[in-house]
Write a protein that binds this ligand. Structure first.
Ligand code: NAP
Length: 200
C-alpha cells in the first residue's frame, strides 16, 4: 500500500483491511513515500511519516511497514517500490511465489499513465484504487482488468483535512490512531504550517 501518509489515518487502515479481506491477502505492506516527486508543497519528514505508520499499524498482524521508499535516494517511483519489494521477497522466500497488489488512492492512480514506466508497474502488480463512495473517478486509461476500484466509506477522512484541523487547533481524536495523535502533538507536526488546501 503506497501513500505519503502525512499522516496515516483510520481511512487508510480501513482501506487496507477491506482490500486484504476482498483479495484474501496475507500481508499488507505499507510503503510511505520517500520524496514524492510530484508534490509542490513540503511534506513532513520521511522519518516522521514512517514512524507514524509503524505506530498506527503495530497492533495488526497482517500489516507491516517497509522502508524501501524511505531508504532509496531520489524521487519515489512506484515501479522501484515494486521491484524492491519483489526482490526482498525472493531473497527471503527463494522457494515461494506471491501474487502482488498495489493499493493506493484512486485519485492518485488516475495519473498512472503519466508515471515512470507504467508497463513495469502493471507487470508487477494488480492495481487497487480505493476511494470514498460517490466520488467520480477519471478513467486512468489502462487496459481492462489491471485495476480494481473499491469504495471505502472511511475514506471521507483525509490527511489534508487532518493537517488543516491541527493547524487550526481543532481535535483529531478518532480520525487517527491515538498513538499517531500523540506523535503529532509531541513533535508539533502541522501546528505551525500554513495549510495549502489541496489534496495531500
Ligand atoms: P496523493 O496525490 O497525495 O493522494 C491523492 C489522493 O489519494 C488523496 O486523496 C489521498 O488521500 C489518497 N491516497 C493516497 N494514498 C492512499 C492510500 N494508500 N489509501 C487511501 N487513499 C490514499 O498521493 P500520494 O500519496 O503522493 O501517492 C500515492 C502512491 O502513488 C504513492 O505510493 C506514490 O509513491 C505513488 N505515486 C507514484 C508515482 C510514480 O511512480 N511516478 C507518481 C505519483 C504517485 P490522503 O491524503 O488522505 O492519503
Amino acid at each position: 500500500m503506497g501513500g505519503t501518509f502525512d499522516p496515516l489515518h483510520h481511512g487508510h487502515l480501513v482501506a487496507a483491511s477491506e482490500v486484504a479481506d476482498r483479495f484474501d491477502l496475507q500481508r499488507v505492506i505499507f510503503c510511505p513515500s520517500g520524496a514524492p516527486w510530484h508534490k509542490t508543497t513540503p511534506t513532513t519528514s520521511a522519518e516522521d511519516r514512517y514512524l507514524m505508520t509503524v505506530i498506527a499499524t503495530a497492533a495488526d498482524p497482517r500489516f507491516e511497514v517497509s522502508r524501501v521508499d524511505i531508504d532509496r535516494d531520489g524521487p519515489t517511483y512506484t515501479v522501484d517500490t515494486l521491484r524492491d519489494l519483489h526482490e526482498g521477497f525472493a531473497r527471503a522466500h527463494p522457494h515461494d511465489s506471491a501474487e502482488w497488489f498495489f493499493i493506493t488512492g484512486a485519485d492518485a492512480l488516475t495519473e498512472i499513465v503519466g508515471w515512470h514506466d507504467p508497463d513495469g508497474i502493471i507487470e508487477r502488480a494488480h492495481l487497487v484504487g480505493v476511494t470514498r463512495p460517490g466520488h467520480q473517478l477519471a478513467d486512468p486509461g489502462l487496459p481492462e482488468g489491471v485495476v480494481t476500484l473499491i469504495e471505502i466509506p472511511a475514506l471521507s477522512i483525509s490527511s489534508s483535512d487532518i493537517r488543516q484541523r491541527v493547524s487550526e487547533g481543532k481535535p483529531i481524536d478518532y480520525l487517527v490512531p491515538e498513538g499517531v495523535a500523540r506523535w503529532i502533538r509531541k513533535h508539533r507536526l502541522y501546528a505551525d504550517r500554513q495549510h495549502s488546501g489541496g489534496a495531500s
